[in-house]
Design a binder for this molecule. Structure first.
Ligand SMILES: [Zn+2]
Length: 210
């Protein structure tokens, strides 16, 4: 198994590459920027990209998705509740003062409960609205791994002051869906360091009393 996470773009979005070297296949989660670097790495590893998975449609997570699709032919998957945000790419780019990346509607929706990923490393989609309405986390149960996007961070949670954000809803999503996972579940967050469900359950100040 190949599992690499690297920060891309001006907001340092954590992009994750998961590969199965025996099957020769990979998926990429949140290729927000630096697509040439991501593409080069996939080629170096000799893998074929099967899916481009997007945890939510903020520009720093989705910005490079279409270009990576054009380079590899892999489909883009994004929860349909984030389509309004995807259509606001001009506005999102102006918040950051960067050029608007080209985007396209996803090939498939990351609907709650759907299985995605690789044959030997599948992930279940957990729809966890609150940071955005289409935010999802990807739970690779056999790997005891959660890719959390901007829903849960080490010691913090995703901001809810942008369009589609809802503070009560993100807390509800974390309590009902993420804290239901075993403590040993490793969490790759959308920005910053990784953590575990157990550590956040115990020490995340936003989750007190849950
Ligand atoms: Zn975000």
């Amino acid at each position: 198994m190949i599992l690499e996470t690297f920060a891309v773009g001006p907001l340092a979005c954590n992009c994750t590459l998961l590969g199965d070297s025996e099957a020769g296949e990979a998926i990429v989660i949140d290729p927000g920027d630096e697509v040439d670097r991501i593409h080069r790495r996939i080629n170096e590893l000799g893998l074929k990209l099967k899916q481009i998975l997007i945890t939510h449609a903020h520009i720093d997570h989705v910005g490079g998705a279409l270009r990576l699709k054009q380079l590899t032919g892999a489909p883009i998957l994004l929860n349909e509740n984030d389509l309004p945000l995807l259509r606001m790419m001009n506005q999102q780019a102006s918040w950051l003062g960067i050029k608007t990346p080209e985007t396209a509607p996803p090939d498939e929706s990351l609907a709650d409960g759907v299985l995605v990923g690789l044959e030997r490393y599948p992930a279940q989609v957990l729809h966890t609205p609150g940071h955005t309405q289409g935010s999802v986390c990807l739970h690779f149960a056999p790997l005891k791994l959660l890719v959390a996007g901007d829903t849960l961070f080490a010691g913090s949670i995703g901001r809810t002051d942008l369009p589609g954000g809802d503070y009560d809803q993100i807390l509800d999503s974390i309590q009902c869906r993420l804290l239901a996972l075993p403590d040993e579940t490793r969490v790759l967050t959308g920005h910053g360091p990784a953590t575990t469900i157990g550590v956040e359950r115990k020490s995340n100040p936003f989750l007190r009393g849950m």
